[in-house]
Design a protein around this ligand. Structure first.
Ligand SMILES: Nc1ncnc2c1ncn2[C@@H]1O[C@H](COP(=O)(O)OP(=O)(O)OP(=O)(O)O)[C@@H](O)[C@H]1O
Length: 266
């Protein structure tokens, strides 16, 4: 595997007339957390779906864990993906669901059970693990989705809002788990609207707005882009308001939000 776990070159996705993601390029080093921020509809999910081979790019290319995203079969072994709504089967129990996931990765029930038990225990789900997922709360189902995404210890994991719907203890477990993953050289691509999480965990934050990567920098550096006060929320609001202001001023879109180090590489 190359040093960069995620490399994207000019990723673009159009849905008819709508350009959801426009010319996004990324170079994300192995063993780091990349926080991916953007307003609703900015193109975060579409970007993640292209990087996980669930959506074919209209233009551009990407390599994740050294595997081109055009090679979906091979990519699956190296990545985990937690979508905002985890794909769990209501009629199964957590045990059954996770054994199903293990089998998809070619792991027998016998070999999988110890790891499933450890993960269920870590996420406080062991006592409920024989109940059907239909009876679970949103947060409990989310935990099953997180375990499923991490089960095969992928090189790169994509997490879409991993803490939404979780109680504070479970959210803390997720944050600790993410911190633990990177110590084991996993790479985490973390999309969320909860700014303190990326502030705490991300090595680099990318901000996408209207499909374009408009800023990319470490959290501390990104905060310095804010005119009013040096905090992430203010920086985020100012960066993502930039285009509106630019449009009003008749200047070019996205021009004002360059971190000192560089890329508004759109
Ligand atoms: N299958 C699709 N067909 C048509 N348009 C789509 C499709 N998927 C996404 N879009 C559009 O692409 C844009 C980006 O959507 P996307 O879901 O990637 O945004 P997002 O940043 O994940 O938003 P949110 O924070 O609300 O989840 C939106 O305008 C959305 O309506």
């Amino acid at each position: 595997m190359t040093e960069d776990a995620i490399v994207a070159d000019g990723l673009t996705k159009r849905f008819g007339e709508k350009t959801a993601v426009n010319d996004v390029s990324l170079s994300i080093p192995r063993g780091t957390v990349y926080g991916f921020l953007g307003p609703n509809g900015a193109g975060k999910t579409t970007t993640m779906r292209m990087l996980t081979a669930l959506t074919e790019p209209t233009a551009g290319s990407a390599t994740v864990a050294g595997v081109p995203v055009s090679n979906r079969r091979q990519l699956t072994r190296h990545i985990g993906y937690l979508p905002a709504d985890p794909p769990v089967f209501d009629e199964l129990t957590a045990w059954e669901q996770l054994r199903h996931v293990a089998r998809l990765h070619g792991v027998s029930d016998g070999d999988a059970d110890e790891r499933i038990e450890t993960l269920l225990d870590r996420f406080d789900l062991l006592a409920d693990a024989d109940d059907r997922i239909a009876s679970y709360s949103t947060g409990m189902a989310k935990k099953v989705g997180i375990i499923a995404a991490l089960f095969h210890e992928p090189d790169v994991v994509f997490l879409d809002e991993p803490t939404s719907g979780l109680d504070p203890r479970a959210a803390r477990t997720v944050r600790d788990t993410i911190a633990d993953l990177v110590t084991r050289e996993m790479t985490v691509f973390l999309s969320t609207h909860i700014l303190p999480i990326v502030d705490e965990l991300a090595d680099t934050i990318g901000v996408i707005n209207e499909g374009e990567l408009v800023a990319e920098a470490p959290p501390a550096e990104l905060k310095t882009l804010a005119d009013e006060s040096p905090d992430l929320e203010t920086a985020f609001l100012e960066i993502t308001a930039e285009r509106d202001r630019d449009a009003t001023d008749g200047r070019s879109a996205g021009s004002g939000a360059t971190a000192a180090e560089g890329p508004t590489d759109v």
